[in-house]
Design a binder for this molecule. Sequence first.
Ligand SMILES: [Ca+2]
Ligand SMILES: [Ca+2]
Length: 137
Amino acid sequence: MGASLGHFNGDGQLDAMTVGAEGTPAQLWLGVGDGNFVGTGQSFAQGVSTIDAPLLEDFDRDGHLDVLLLHRNASSIILLGDGDGNLTPAPVSLSTPSAASAATGLFNDDLRPDIVVLNANGPSNLLNNQPAESLCD
Ligand SMILES: [Ca+2]
Ligand SMILES: [Ca+2]
C-alpha cells in the first residue's frame, strides 16, 4: 500500500498514484491545486498484491512519467503515461516472483532507467531497460 506523487498531466499540479490493500486496484488521482484530487476513473491490477508505493520514472524516456507497480507472486507491470493523465500498460512482463522491494536508477551508461528488485528468497536482480521498451534480466 502507498502513494507516490508526480506530474502526470501538464497542469503543474502534483498528482498521486495510489495502491491500496490487497484486492483493491491502483489508481491515478489528478491534483486540482487546492489539496483535492480527482480520480481519473482508470484502475489497474485489481486483485493483485502490490508491495510498495508505486515507483515513478520515465522508463521509456518519452518525457512523460510512467509507473512501476511491483507485485508479489505475480508479474509486475509498467504503466506508460501519455502526459495527459492517461496510463496504458506497457507490453512487457516483469517476472518478480519473490520481490520484496524495488528501486529505479541508472545502473549502466545508456541513460535508460533500470530497476533493481530486492528478493525475499534469493539474490537481488537487475532488470536492464533495453531500447525496445523492454526490461529483461
Ligand atoms: Ca497534475
Ligand atoms: Ca514515459
